[in-house]
Write a protein of this length. Structure first.
Lengths: 452, 452
């Protein structure tokens, strides 16, 4: 980063100095060292300290800075942390925030506190905005939008529009576009601040506005909002209700959070981590996130043992059969994960031109046959090096079957999960891998049994 | 999406109608049906048709619209597609684009064509911008930035600044902020268009600009740029060179692409897909991306067979030893992937307060010991159901050892990969899983050998 912003040493040394200053109630030191520092940096620091200490720091600073710091805290830190504040204090801070951020924070509070906080909000417009936004589900456009925006009537002229911008200058920190509506507040289009700046005072909005505007409806799922904003390179998108009335706007920074959260969720599902867990969480939290999946895997392993035991006779007749169990399992697992990831990816980039299910499956079979042929041939050569020739045949045929089966499972599972509304990334996770392991071993031993 | 934009039926039916229109050279139909349609939608359509057909459509449309369509095409479609254009045509289209997009496209051309295209650019400013930007590596701030922005001298007044905006109104489509520089073009701060709009004509920039601006330097890695923009909720960030001079700006839409590409790369590495492959690629492309990893897994399986063969005597002495090979392998694999994903995640959210390596490893050991204890106990109970008691002891101890080993590998591998500049997500992929499988089997059989 450049030198232009005040260089803030987010160091462990400063953290210690800060803790000492808090203990000694050295307000001057705190105020001085934090002046001009970006609130996001202060949040990162306060995420590390004791809640009482963090409250002490926030109390010292300006209300506006404090609000920004609270906004930027990590969600779990923040929730615990706000427990130390009175409803009145929380109300004062969220009044300083954009309405979307305010609602996110209120929604995380316990229901009783929520009501208390709302009743303490003194500005009637803020209270109305918050109550309106709380009606929407958090995962849809209505739950992401904020009310702060500049709206101009299509019949206004430039002077009237500038007057409106002046009136709202404190509420609307950053103006993306001015939205143009009719008398019933139905969205008609937008006009850029640049065009307002360059127009004459008595130019009418209706003569310069752009009616080519992409809007989303309140109920649209957040991931679809993300897809639209990404596809059309939008910084901000207006939100309309079913009657086409403008009710809010969504900015790209919230969408960036949606995208990164989604990527993290996918990664965790693929790895068998059941809740939003991080390396620096407590040992207990990590165990809680990891053990369920490991136990599923373990039970799968025990079922696998049963299956092998069922073929005990074959195993005794055919020395060497056991040798290739790992090879069969590993290949099935790898093929299954590859297939499901390809499907998950194409589900994420939905297009009307996606192949039909039949075409998909035919292609899957073609790829699986080629793969099985290559892997089967290689393994046949190797197996012959240190086992009987007919074992090579068994392994090669079993590989072909396992590759086909794992490809099928890997292709169909995410499609089914997606249909029933579950994140398809789960199909690349340990549950399916475990199922594939058991299937793979069964097929292998069954083929051996039939061929001997 | 709302009804406000022209509803464009991106349907298979329209695709067919379009192909017929192209064959019949029915320009009127093409022009009429595409008027007012967002170029991004036309790109999605042209991604599906033959290159010659796509060129035909683009030739019919306005140069400006054509440029936007070309920008939005998928990278591989675009590269093949531009092969049909003369250098002069390419030059005309990229002159319409923002300089960052123009450079991305030029960089994808073969070196000879690249020179020809540049020599055909008629506007000297555009040519200079492109040549300057081509100097930067694609993955750093310099490679992401564009030159189109409004820059005001700190000594100007509002009238002069508006004059500059007017002069650039065609070049700079969207004004994020006006950047403020000194006589040597060193970045001093920024001023919002809102503030310019609300100020008096003779107000001086130096009296209203905000000197609290976050900038990045040209050499900063794109992922670090993404982290900074995300942390500070920036829509745009100015780029300065080593002398602090303002050289460009990066907008959030490019960063959104960086973030999604990164997530996709991680997912592919975790699944053993070696190149940027999609479900609708050709069978050959899919095989090329999948087979290398499957063959690595296969070789791992063959090595595993060697290992088991080495313990053949034990296997014969201890009936039932083979039964639990799948259980050991699956658990080792699952534990390893969980551990590495946790580390990859915390590497992605780097913080100065991250635990030290020693603390990390101690925690890892603690979690692994608890995990091993739980899994060992469960397996001990089950194994006793259908095998000799001492086998239960062997499995339980081996599980404990394998969990510890897999946790260690899963924790250390991504850290090492990250240190040597390789994407740590690779550590959750098949290569490491294969290594873990072999290790797991070896440990299991070794423990059995020692305990019998």
């Amino acid at each position: 980063m450049s030198e232009i912003v005040k260089e803030f040493e987010l160091s462990k040394e400063y953290l210690q100095a800060l803790e000492t200053a808090i203990e000694e109630k050295n307000d001057a030191f705190i105020r001085e060292t934090m002046e001009g520092v970006n609130p996001a940096d202060i949040s990162a620091l306060l995420d590390e300290v004791d809640h009482d200490f963090a409250k002490y720091v926030i109390d010292i600073l300006d209300n506006e800075v404090g609000a920004e710091i609270i906004e930027d805290l990590e969600e779990d830190t923040r929730t615990k942390f706000l427990g130390n504040f009175s409803p009145k204090e929380v109300a004062d801070y969220i009044t300083e925030m954009d309405s979307d951020d305010a609602v996110d924070i209120i929604n995380d509070l316990p229901p009783k506190t929520r009501e208390e906080v709302i009743s303490e909000i003194t500005d009637p417009e803020t209270a109305a905005h918050i109550q309106e936004l709380m009606r929407y589900d958090e995962d849809c456009a209505g739950g992401l939008m904020a009310k702060e925006m500049i709206v101009a009537n299509v019949n206004w002229n430039i002077v009237q529009t500038i007057e409106e911008i002046r009136r709202q200058r404190e509420n609307v920190e950053k103006i993306y576009s001015v939205y143009v509506v009719d008398d019933k507040r139905r969205l008609l289009g937008k006009v850029s601040v640049k065009d307002i700046l360059l127009a004459n005072d008595n130019t009418l909005i209706k003569d310069i506005f752009d009616d080519d505007v992409i809007a989303v409806e309140t109920y649209l799922d957040e991931e679809e909002v993300a897809t639209i904003m990404q596809k059309y390179d939008l910084d901000v998108v207006p939100v309309v209700n079913l009657q086409g009335k403008l009710v809010g706007r969504i900015t790209i920074d919230d969408i960036v959070d949606v995208i990164t959260d989604q990527a993290e969720e996918d990664r965790q599902l693929m790895s068998g981590l059941s809740s939003d867990v991080e390396e620096d969480d407590s040992i207990w939290a990590i165990l809680k996130a990891r053990l369920p999946w490991l136990i599923i895997g373990l039970i799968g392993g025990i079922v696998g043992a049963f299956v092998i035991k069922g073929f005990e006779e074959d195993m005794e007749n055919m020395v060497g059969l056991a040798l290739f169990i790992p090879l069969i399992m590993a290949t099935g697992g790898n093929v299954g994960i590859q297939s499901s990831t390809l499907v998950v990816q194409s589900l994420a980039n939905k297009s009307v031109f996606t192949d039909t299910l039949v075409k998909r499956l035919l292609k899957m079979v073609a790829v699986a046959m080629c793969t099985g042929l290559v892997l089967g041939s290689i393994s046949f050569l190797f197996v012959n090096l240190y086992a009987e020739a007919y074992l090579g045949v068994v392994v090669a045929i079993a590989l072909q079957a396992v590759v086909l089966l794992a490809s099928f499972m890997g292709t169909v599972t995410p499609l089914v999960l997606d249909k029933i509304g579950i994140n398809p990334a789960l199909a690349s996770g340990p549950f399916i891998t475990t199922a594939n392991d058991i299937l793979g071993i069964t097929v292998y031993l069954l083929i051996a049994n039939l061929l001997i």
